[in-house]
Design a protein. Structure first.
Length: 156
C-alpha cells in the first residue's frame, strides 16, 4: 500500500514538472492544439486561413522572445477574445462548462445505482413462496384438484 502511494506521488510530481516546463518553454504544436482560429473555428493545428497563419507567426515570434505559454495565450485572448481558446477558462460562468458534465455523470450514476437496487429487489423471492413450486405462490386447493384430475385423464 505504501509503495503504491509513493509511486502515485512520484508520478504526480513528474507530471507537475513537465507542466511547468511546458509553461516556461512552449512549443508551436502545443499551442496550436490549445487555440482555435477565430474565422473558421477549427483548431489552429488544422486551419489554413490567413488569420491562422498570422497567429502562428505571432506565436513563433513570442516563443523566440521567451514568452511563457500563458503570456502568449493572454495576448491572443486580448486581441481575439476568449473564443480563441480551445478549452474555456475555469472561472466565472465558463466554469459551468467544466462542472455540468461532471454533475450530469454523477446524477446519472446515482440514478442507475438506485434503479439497479430497485430491480434487484424486485427479482428477490417472496417469503411466502413455496420453493417446490418454482418460486411461485402455491395453487388454490380447488385448482390443484382440477389439475390433478385433468392430468389423470390424459395419463389413462
Amino acid at each position: 500500500m505504501r509503495a503504491a502511494l509513493m509511486v502515485a506521488l512520484l508520478l504526480a510530481l513528474a507530471a507537475a514538472g513537465t507542466a511547468t516546463a511546458s509553461e516556461q518553454d512552449p512549443t508551436l504544436p502545443e499551442l496550436e492544439r490549445e487555440l482555435i482560429c477565430p474565422t473558421c473555428h477549427e483548431s489552429l493545428a488544422v486551419s489554413n486561413s490567413p488569420i491562422a497563419d498570422r497567429m502562428r507567426s505571432f506565436i513563433r515570434a513570442r516563443i523566440a522572445a521567451g514568452d511563457t505559454k500563458s503570456e502568449i495565450k493572454s495576448q491572443l485572448v486580448d486581441q481575439f477574445g476568449e473564443s480563441v481558446l480551445a478549452a474555456p477558462p475555469k472561472r466565472g460562468f465558463n466554469l459551468l462548462a467544466w462542472l455540468l458534465p461532471l454533475a450530469g455523470i454523477g446524477l446519472a450514476s446515482a440514478a442507475l445505482a438506485l434503479l439497479a437496487r430497485r430491480w434487484s429487489r424486485a427479482r428477490e423471492e417472496p417469503a411466502h413462496a413455496d420453493p417446490s413450486g418454482n418460486g411461485r405462490a402455491p395453487l388454490d386447493p380447488d385448482l390443484e384438484r382440477r389439475l390433478d384430475e385433468e392430468l389423470a385423464r390424459f395419463d389413462a
